[in-house]
Write a protein that binds this ligand. Structure first.
Ligand SMILES: [Cu+2]
Length: 494
């Protein structure tokens, strides 16, 4: 049995014994009684956005009492920021959260020591090409009553990015509490494709939470009160746009669904209950050259997929979006409303391949697991190094590098690089015991997060363009990230 799973199961058992209200059995709730929330769009005031992090009580299901959450402007997920490519946006991120955290802080973790305030936040826009001073460096956190105004140049292609907390040592708790939202970049080229917009374009933020019967959030703890960190968290409730089992009334026509996996650690394997295919049109960092038809796909934490689902000729049907056996939400196909149905474009946007020969350097970077004397997983590391060791990855600005990520652990880790977009080259078994495997369809476009599978070397290629300065790369399983599976890297101006 995998050590991290064993530790988790022990922890879960210890926690269950100590919990207040018992865990919720989601199967006891009626399904598809709440409409899918349409996420509000943030409005700028005098050219500036202002989003306030504050506590709120929100209902995650019709038959559950309200849940205490930490939100942006009282919304979970937060209001969507919609920006135009090439037009800078100013955002003031304001911390008006309570003084005390309501989830279990582990003071043994780096950056969360006893001398640090309990409640600290710093916001990062995942996938944004942002100058370092506005990237939300994990140590740039601030406390209640303070704010940071960040400038986003948005010099990048259209994509669905997302913002979330990134505070050192507690970001798994802050995001779990609800501090996340979407950030959509658009441009005229995308507008010209005539893709579905308005009510036919539906962002879907998927995340799981452990809920108690009284509606409250449960975050599991280890059996050690002085060190409550657990290596993985899997919720009993799979939420879409902040609701458990929502439904969406749709017309019998195509819809553009923009999916984000915002979970702490759960991977999803998504399909439709009627067996219909998705037309995949985009990945993390934007559109594909052409749509690809796929029956299902995997989304790891941090990953996004842009798909078109066609409900034409399906009037009266009910179609569930599933992750393996779990139902996430239901589409109810109504009657035609007579509007023109645009065809799915056959040509989208070029994704020029970065030739391997363009790389000035290849780095072999390992993912490791650190064991204690009892053979239990203590933490995961990048390249065997801790956060506060000297920076070792220093790509030169505007150069291309290949990163060969050798996963020596027994888990899949979604690896995310700040600042840059990259392409997935291939995967090979460790020690090259087999032929290279090509990237999956959902990895055929621009990416910023890649699944590094156990026992495999995953190769990515990136041009380190944008801005010189200090950034981070890390695992997007948030429990790993908070316990040393994050490293600084530095883009160096020549
Ligand atoms: Cu990980």
């Amino acid at each position: 049995m995998r050590t991290s799973r064993r530790l988790f199961l022990q922890s879960a058992a210890a926690f269950a014994a100590s919990a207040g209200s018992p865990s919720l059995d989601p199967n006891s709730l009626p399904r598809f009684v709440d409409p899918l929330p349409r996420l509000p769009v943030a409005k700028p005031n005098a050219g500036k956005y202002r989003l306030v992090m504050r506590e709120a009580e929100l209902r995650l299901h019709r038959d559950l009492p309200p849940t205490r959450l930490w939100t942006f402007d009282g919304c979970f997920p937060g209001p969507t920021l919609e920006v135009r490519s090439g037009q800078a946006a100013l955002v003031e991120w304001v911390n008006q959260l309570p003084e005390r955290h309501f989830l279990p802080i582990d003071r043994t973790l780096h950056g969360a020591e006893a001398d640090k305030p309990e409640v600290r936040t710093v916001v990062h826009v995942h996938g944004a090409k942002t100058p370092p001073e506005s990237d939300g460096y994990p140590e740039d956190w601030y406390t209640r009553g303070k704010s940071a105004t960040y400038r986003y140049p948005n010099r990048q292609e259209p994509a669905m990015l997302w913002y979330h907390d990134h505070a050192m040592g507690i970001n798994r708790l802050n995001i779990y509490a609800g501090l996340l939202g979407l950030y959509l970049v658009r441009d005229g080229v995308e507008d010209g494709l005539g893709l579905l917009r308005g009510r036919y374009e539906v962002p879907l933020v998927i995340c799981d939470r452990l809920l108690r019967k009284d509606g409250s959030l449960e975050y599991p703890v280890s059996g050690r009160p002085d060190a409550p960190w657990v290596p993985e968290v899997f919720g009993n409730a799979l939420l879409v746009n902040g609701k458990l089992f929502p439904y969406l009334e749709v017309e019998p026509r195509p819809y553009r669904l923009r999916l984000l996996n915002a979970s702490n650690g759960r991977f999803y394997h998504l399909s439709l209950s009627n067996g219909r295919e998705f037309h995949l049109i985009g990945t993390d960092q934007g559109l594909l050259p052409a749509p690809l038809r796929i029956p299902s796909f995997v989304l790891a934490p941090g990953e996004r997929a842009d798909v078109i689902v066609d409900f034409q000729g399906r009037s009266g049907e009910r179609v569930e979006l599933r992750s393996d056996a779990f139902e996430l939400m239901q589409f109810r196909v109504g009657r035609a409303t007579g509007g023109r149905v645009p065809p799915v474009p056959t040509v989208l946007r070029p994704v020029p391949r970065i030739p391997e020969a363009a790389a000035v350097r290849t780095r072999v970077l390992t993912l490791n697991e650190d064991m204690n004397g009892a053979g239990e997983s203590m933490r995961m590391l990048l390249n065997g190094a801790h956060w506060d060791m000297p920076v070792t990855e220093k790509p030169l600005l505007d150069t291309v590098e290949i990163w060969s990520i050798a996963n020596l652990t027994e888990d899949s880790h979604p690896i995310h690089l700040h600042l840059v977009r990259f392409q997935v080259l291939d995967r090979r078994p460790l020690l090259y015991r087999g032929p290279p495997q090509p990237p999956e369809p959902t990895e055929s476009g621009w990416k910023d997060t890649v699944r590094a599978h156990a026992g495999m070397v995953t190769r990515i290629i990136a041009r380190f363009e944008g801005y010189p300065g200090r950034y981070v790369w890390h695992c997007h399983v948030l429990e790993h990230e908070d316990n040393e599976m994050m490293r600084p890297y530095e883009v160096v101006a020549v």
